[in-house]
Ligand binder design. Structure first.
Ligand code: NAD
Ligand code: MG
Length: 392
């Protein structure tokens, strides 16, 4: 049995991971589950999976949770609180696999802790790679950790990459990576109608059901921008060899284009349980609960160029990747503040990229060679973003 630490168990990826584990109970034991605030859902999960530890990051809610758990069937589960507890459970010796499914920069330190303790790290928290790409990749290498991407595009690329890549060599014979993008809910909405779109419209993704932050990121296409950066660090590829291709049906999850003209693609129904099951079982395979792909039902696969004019976030992400150093961390921090403001109805949809661009211009880019420099860039960019918000 493999010991699992599931960081962010109450979110969309957390729930899908538990669905896959429920189908393959014999293979896994849950060591730790963690939540920020959703203690009702965490309690249900503890009663079902009886983890050794449960972390509630919010201290006050953790007190309430402790009382609830004592009265439940999961009374033996130890309850921890605070951000440090996330790192503690990610490092436990009885943990083999850490699933990093916290949203945003909040997942950075626990993701790094998992890498530093040599775990098999299943990465959904793309923001941590965007913020600290070089640091995280070196932590994985230096500590013999195994990094398996859960993001559907990167999981697809991982499955299509040459074997050499998996043993740490630079990908041989690869001409370019093709990241597919659904285009989000506004693909066919004219640019001049985007000013007044609502939170509900932005969160109504045509193919995927996800947390609010990534849903807004998909609507602005910042999600694809973050994924270009993620792919660059994961597969050691420069920005100009990573192409984005809009594919509204989300059946092809990404492709590797080889020098000899071969293109390898990974296909499937758009359901995160497939990449989650793939990474959990790797290098074996087991059931995910996802229905088989029906080619007759899905007989129209189409492709188009992304519009950088309509989705400036994509351009900003490429620029940050070309600058590297702390530029991606600044981009990410400004985006997190902007998305939160949009979700709170304090910023218009089309002002999200405008705010990010201003923050990048006003920020000082420094080397990203220590965790302190990266965290400093993140904090400063958040402060500038909050000041800039007042001007919109
Ligand atoms: P979500 O909002 O549904 O869940 C987020 C989880 O993180 C919750 O368990 C929450 O308790 C926890 N969390 C939030 N803030 C926290 C904080 N400050 N400290 C500690 N824990 C905190 O998000 P999601 O859609 O599951 O996405 C999680 C990550 O996976 C994101 O990085 C996202 O980009 C990535 N991802 C998600 C999908 C998807 O289909 N949902 C696909 C690919 C990648
Ligand atoms: Mg993705």
């Amino acid at each position: 049995m493999k010991g699992i630490c599931l960081l962010g168990s109450t979110g969309s990826i957390g729930l899908s991971t538990l669905d896959v584990i429920r189908l393959n109970k014999h293979a896994y034991s849950i060591v730790a589950l963690t939540a920020n605030k959703n203690i009702e859902r965490l309690l249900e999960q503890c009663i079902e999976f009886k983890p050794t530890y449960a972390v509630v990051v919010d201290e006050d809610l953790a007190e309430i949770f402790r009382k609830k758990i004592k009265l439940s069937d999961a009374r033996d589960t130890r309850v921890l609180s605070g951000m440090d507890a996330l790192e503690f459970v990610a490092e436990l010796p009885e943990v083999d696999i850490v699933v990093a499914a916290i949203v945003g920069a909040a997942g950075l330190l626990s993701t790094l802790a998992a890498a530093k303790s040599g775990k098999t790290l299943l990465l959904a928290n793309k923001e941590s790679l965007v913020i600290s790409g070089d640091l995280l990749m070196s932590a994985v290498k230096e500590n013999n950790a195994t990094l398996l991407p859960l993001d559907s595009e990167h999981n697809a690329l991982f499955q299509c990459m040459p074997d050499g890549y998996k043993t740490g060599q630079r990908a041989k014979g690869v001409r370019k990576l093709i990241l597919t993008a659904s285009g989000g809910p506004f693909l066919n909405v004219p640019l001049n109608e985007l000013d007044n779109v609502t939170v509900e419209q932005a969160c109504a993704h045509p193919n995927w059901s996800m947390g609010h932050k990534i849903s807004v990121d998909s609507a602005t296409m910042m999600n694809k921008g973050l994924e270009v950066i993620e792919a660059s660090y994961l597969f050691d590829m420069p920005a100009d060899l990573i192409h984005v291709l809009v594919h509204p049906q989300s059946i092809i999850h990404s492709m590797v284009d080889y020098l000899d003209g071969s293109v390898l693609a990974q296909l499937g129904n758009p359901d995160m349980k497939t990449p989650i099951a793939h990474a959990l079982a790797w290098p074996e395979r087991h059931d995910s609960g996802v229905s088989p792909l029906d080619f007759i039902v899905n007989n129209q696969l189409s492709f188009e160029e992304p519009s950088f004019d309509k989705f400036p976030c994509l351009r900003l992400a490429y620029e940050a990747l070309n600058t590297r150093e702390t530029a991606p961390a600044i981009l990410n921090a400004a985006n997190e503040v902007a998305v939160e403001a949009f979700l709170a109805k304090k910023l218009r949809f089309t002002d999200i990229p405008k705010l990010i661009e201003k923050v990048i211009k006003l920020s000082t880019i420094t080397r990203a060679d220590t965790i302190y420099s990266v965290l400093k860039a993140d904090t400063e960019a958040r402060e500038i973003s909050k000041q800039m918000l007042e001007t919109f």
